[in-house]
Design a protein around this ligand. Structure first.
Ligand SMILES: C[S@@+](CC[C@H](N)C(=O)[O-])C[C@H]1O[C@@H](n2cnc3c(N)ncnc32)[C@H](O)[C@@H]1O
Length: 248
């Protein structure tokens, strides 16, 4: 089963309000992306535009968000109409091999986790490369394939509002079921496991160099003096990792 985001677009938007999203996902991504001033950016698999809007607010020039889900794009456009930032949203498949336009940077958080096998991963990476200028950069984020390597797998993330369920042993394309607990309900999202080396080789085959993997960091909370050990487990067993590289 592949997650149908048309069915859960509104709930997914709510899921982006969980503290780890802001304190680790957004913070780590924006730090890794760095200075965006005047740069053209495409957010591939942008969902309802949660990160897309932040990219624009951080100073990016032209910003385009694309997603395969019409409902997600509808939500993104609705927010653009409410608070215009000058972002264009389009329904588009990341795997499309033709792109009319090339950007300085492509961001594509939680996209590659939808590849069922190495071939689909390669096609997605080629799709990203087609949308980037030579010398441009991609930055992306995936569920951490290392979830499988820790002694007690998967780690227990319940207190952060999420739970992961994996088959007993890792195999390429294995379903990773993520239950996201919201205030009044839960949603289940299905990802697929692909090892790190599959990501590395798909990105290299697509023409990226200097491919590097990065760990998350935690944004300080200026309102709280001492959070104790609350985030220790999250940081010790990172639920996601980030990848970046340059289009040769
Ligand atoms: C987990 S959401 C992430 C959304 C957004 N990147 C974020 O971080 O909030 C995954 C998104 O990937 C989109 N998606 C999955 N496969 C895609 C494809 N082949 N092309 C474009 N979008 C895709 C889904 O529709 C969904 O909106």
């Amino acid at each position: 089963m592949t997650t149908d985001y048309n069915q859960i677009a509104n709930q997914y938007k709510k899921a982006k309000e969980q503290p780890w999203r802001i304190r680790t996902e957004l913070y780590s991504m924006m730090n890794l992306i760095g200075d965006l001033t005047g740069k053209s950016v495409i957010d591939v698999a942008c969902g309802e535009g949660w990160l897309t809007r932040e990219l624009r607010k951080a100073g990016a020039g032209e910003v385009v968000g694309v997603d395969i889900s019409e409902e997600m794009i509808k939500l993104a456009r609705w927010q653009e109409a409410r608070e215009p930032l000058g972002i264009e949203y389009r329904v588009e498949d990341a795997r499309a091999t033709e792109s009319a336009q090339q950007f300085d940077i492509s961001v594509s958080n939680w996209l590659l986790v939808y590849a069922h096998d190495r071939e689909e991963l390669r096609v997605m990476c080629r799709g990203l490369a087609n949308r980037i200028k030579p010398g441009g950069r991609f930055v992306t984020l995936i569920t951490n394939p290392a979830l499988y390597t820790w002694q007690s797998h998967p780690p227990n993330y319940r207190k952060y509002g999420i739970e992961a369920q994996l088959p007993e042993s890792a195999y390429e394309g294995a379903p990773v079921a993520l239950t996201v607990h919201l205030e009044d309900q839960s949603i289940v999202i299905e990802n697929y496991y692909m090892p790190i080396d599959a990501h590395e080789s798909a990105l290299r085959d697509a023409g990226f160099r200097d491919v590097a993997f990065h760990n998350m960091t935690l944004a300080p909370d200026p309102q709280v003096d001492d959070e104790g050990d609350y985030w220790d487990h999250w940081l010790k067993y990172p639920f996601f990792i980030m990848i970046d590289g340059i289009k040769a």
